[in-house]
Design a protein around this ligand. Structure first.
Ligand code: MLT
Length: 322
């Protein structure tokens, strides 16, 4: 008798969950961006929130939860109710690099999330404050080697894209400088405009307006070829530093246990939203590369997280000496 009651109760619960997933979403949702407002992660998270709001008929808002290189917000997202109403913007830092270099990371990027889909990759540029005494990557390397103890590299926290990209640069040049953490690279850029810190390794879309305005300087783009939005700036490969490569992925995740029907709705909305000409144009003007059709959805994102962890772990362990 007891067993029968339990079975009936379980079936009823399953039915309720299935109905909820079918009607999803019936109320507003949130996309947690684990960095300060105004930076590349925030801008990308806002594009995702707009895509979901438009496609799913409920408002999705961005909540900025900065701190600990993205770990604070990402942990909050991992522990949120798996009901599709709390999502997370994650990237190469939060979902790959962090596991290699953040001690006691409170979440596992591979097992605590349901991947929804990749959005873009965003090439990194090495940018300096305007008064920095170098004008290209070669001069930067020479000056940094001779003056490493005086230099401040600013970043968005240990394990973030800006932190790990500059660690790769440091390992390539053979320098160790003082590292100054912020809650995101938007506040880093303000500090650079005030000449309080020396340089940052940030996706192009952050420093781009300042580089164009001449208030920050671009030393090199961390890619093989030049970037069309920064045609005057040599690539790292051209500058003789081919090992300095960084084009982090940006993606959307849901907490582990989110019902499959909800994952499917979110993944379809995101994949279709990337084809919206307004979204495509927005990413193009920001210097980001939209994920190809075949690489959209949960499976390619799960594969990306796995391969980025495998790629970055030895590089970052060597760079940090751990
Ligand atoms: C930001 O969006 O503030 C930064 O790009 C985050 C990061 O460096 O990972």
């Amino acid at each position: 008798m007891k067993r029968l009651v339990l079975t009936v109760a379980l079936a009823a619960l399953t039915g309720v969950a299935a109905a909820q997933a079918q009607n999803y979403p019936t109320r507003p949702g949130v996309v947690i961006v684990p960095f300060a407002a105004g930076g590349p992660a925030d801008i990308t998270g806002r594009i995702a929130a707009e895509i979901f709001s438009k496609a799913l008929g409920q408002q999705f808002l961005v909540e900025n939860v900065g701190g600990a290189g993205g770990a604070t917000g990402t942990t909050r997202a991992a522990r949120a109710a798996p009901d599709g109403y709390t999502l997370a913007l994650g990237h190469m830092g939060t979902h790959a690099a962090a596991i290699a270099i953040t001690p006691n990371l409170a979440y596992n990027p591979e097992t605590d999330f349901e991947p929804i889909g990749l959005m873009s990759t965003q090439p990194v540029v090495l940018a300096t404050r305007k008064g920095f005494p170098a004008n290209n990557l070669k001069e930067f390397a020479t000056y940094a080697k001779a003056n490493a103890s005086k230099l401040n590299m600013a970043h968005a926290g240990v394990g973030s894209v800006s932190h790990t990209s500059c660690l790769i640069l440091h390992a390539e040049i053979g320098i160790k400088t003082t590292m100054v953490p912020f809650t995101g690279t938007a506040p880093v850029l303000n500090a650079m405009l005030g000449e309080q810190v020396d340089y940052v390794c940030d996706p192009i879309l952050g420093p781009l307006p300042h580089i164009r305005a001449g208030t920050l300087k671009a030393m090199a783009v961390a890619t093989e070829k030049r970037h069309p939005l920064l045609p005057e700036t040599p690539s790292a490969t051209e500058s003789g530093l081919p090992g300095f490569q960084a084009a982090p992925f940006y993606a959307i995740f849901a907490p582990k246990g989110t019902p499959q029907a909800i994952i499917d709705k979110l993944a379809a909305a995101l994949a279709a939203g990337l084809d919206d000409p307004v979204v495509a144009n927005r990413f193009a003007t920001l210097g980001a590369v939209i994920t190809e059709k075949n690489d959209r959805g949960p499976k390619p994102l799960a594969a990306m997280v796995k391969s980025e962890i495998a790629r970055l772990t030895p590089i970052l362990k060597a760079a940090t000496g751990n």
